[in-house]
Design a protein around this ligand. Structure first.
Ligand code: C5P
Length: 345
């Protein structure tokens, strides 16, 4: 094979709903989530050439993405290329240079790293003349992380199991949103799941007033069981059904994120930010994924732009607001997208 240069893109995602239902034996959580791609995307260039050294290099088009964006083998794009080469049994025969154009904010709950991994997989596949089919790409995606299969698939999907078992939803409604993130705040997903476990345990203990000897016999999933209400996954189900039926009122009523209680008690300033978005005219405002980004929905793009302008004015009028404690607010007006990860050139 001669050298190939392929660029692919993949979109950011928003969790319109996010429900944590249970904990599995391997420590992962069983969730129900309504996932939506938005038109904020990263591009990944892979340059593949025959080489006995078999090295993978990673860089970015922008100088200023460093921070939390690792330029080494811990980057999910690097892992994706490495996994792809291993899987097709070509590891050690090729050198790969990865170059990423970041638009999706890092550690924001928008699956930017997963989008880079997804774009890397489809670019690598193109470089090797589509040696793998869609199913095989999705299997590789699954092993890279819970959000990577959706980053490959895109559009609107219900995600169950770890959030990686996907059912595509036909969505003909354009959704307009403003995404807002305090620039220097990030929340670790594994840490948040641990805090959520603690929250579930405490809630169950309160409900059952468990004595010490009983507590000793319980494992974490028992606490989830005690809290079970038969409503697991209900908001996700109802929101997706409403979307299919063009029942927007019902759809907006069911937007939820189970992490909010924990995240808002850890960072009350994010709750104030959520309230601010509602005050400025968003129809709904919720945390996406493990945050810290809050997404607000609006009826149209003009309203989203207007709210964005009001948010800029707010910094001048209310500089003391708690949500500025992590630096300025970054914000993006976005529209839902039906795109999957795909090759551009
Ligand atoms: O799969 P991913 O690497 O994105 O997940 C990061 C971490 O978040 C996992 O190691 C796990 O601790 C937690 N997680 C979870 N349940 C999920 C998804 C993620 O517990 N459904």
């Amino acid at each position: 094979m001669k050298a190939r240069k392929i660029t692919a893109k993949a979109n950011a995602k928003v969790n319109l709903t996010f429900e944590v239902n249970d904990v599995m034996a391997d420590g992962y959580h069983e969730v129900s989530t309504l996932l939506q791609s938005v038109d904020l995307k990263d591009k990944v260039l892979v340059e593949v050439s025959p080489s006995e050294k078999g090295r993978i290099y990673i860089s970015s088009y922008q100088a200023n993405v460093a921070g939390e964006f690792p330029m080494d083998e811990s980057n999910l794009a690097y892992k994706a290329c490495d996994l792809f080469l291993n899987h097709i049994e070509e590891s050690g025969n090729f050198e790969v240079k990865i170059k990423i154009e970041k638009k999706i904010p890092i550690q924001a709950g928008l699956a930017g790293g997963s989008a880079n991994a997804a774009a890397s997989l489809v670019a690598m596949n193109e470089a090797f003349d589509n040696r793998l089919n869609k199913e095989e790409i999705l299997t590789l995606a699954e092993s890279l992380g819970a959000d990577v299969p959706f980053a490959v698939t895109g559009g609107t999907c219900i995600g169950t199991n770890r959030g990686d078992k996907l059912e595509s939803i036909k969505n003909q409604t354009k959704l307009y949103m403003i995404l807002v993130k305090p620039r220097y705040l990030s929340i670790s997903t594994p840490m948040l799941f641990k805090l959520y476990d603690k929250y579930v345990r405490e809630k169950a203990e309160k409900a059952e007033s468990l004595d010490a000897s009983k507590k000793e016999t319980l494992i974490l999933s028992d606490y989830y069981e005690i809290n079970r209400t038969s409503q697991e996954g209900r908001n996700t189900e109802l929101a997706s059904l409403a979307l299919k039926n063009f029942d927007l009122e019902k759809f907006f009523q069911n937007l939820t994120n189970h992490f909010e209680d924990v995240v808002f008690s850890l960072h009350p300033e994010l709750e104030s930010l959520r309230d601010k978005l509602l005050e400025l005219g968003c129809w709904t405002a919720n945390l996406t994924g493990s945050g810290p980004t809050i997404y607000g929905t609006t009826p149209d793009i003009e309203k989203a732009n207007l709210i964005q302008r009001k948010l800029i004015a707010d910094k001048l009028n209310n500089p003391q607001s708690a949500y500025y404690k992590h630096g300025p607010l970054d914000h993006w007006v976005v529209v839902s997208s039906g795109d999957s990860a795909k090759v551009i050139t």
